[in-house]
Design a protein around this ligand. Structure first.
Ligand code: FES
Length: 114
């Protein structure tokens, strides 16, 4: 009778050896693991919020985690409005936050947002 032991190396749920990658987040080098989403790297580095809402200036980071809510938008390598929960981190990625957007309705730049 054969054995049904599944070796750890061949078990489909066992993660492979992790490869550490480095990205730049708001000018600071941050380590992550190859395969992680940008949101995963941000959360693992204790960054819970990285943009503010137009109304109320409320902090936002990951809400749904599945690409629906767009709360997690970041700038990646100069490309705006990238959903951090949907984009895998690549070595050398430069992630910036949307600080140049009008953050609050009372800042006078967002009359068209009403
Ligand atoms: S957390 Fe909702 S789209 Fe990314």
């Amino acid at each position: 009778m054969g054995t049904y032991l599944v070796r750890a190396q061949s078990a489909p749920i066992t993660p492979e050896t992790s490869t550490v990658i480095t990205i730049t987040v708001d000018g600071v080098a941050v380590d992550g693991l190859l395969g992680q989403t940008l949101a995963g790297v941000l959360l693992a580095s204790d960054t819970l919020a990285w943009r503010n809402t137009s109304f109320g200036n409320r902090p936002r980071g990951v809400f749904c985690g599945i690409g629906i809510c767009f709360d997690c938008l970041v700038i990646v390598n100069g490309q705006r409005d990238v959903r951090a929960c949907q984009r895998r981190a690549a070595p050398g990625d430069r992630v910036d936050f949307h600080r140049d957007l009008p953050l609050r309705a009372d800042q006078g730049e967002s009359d068209s947002l009403t």
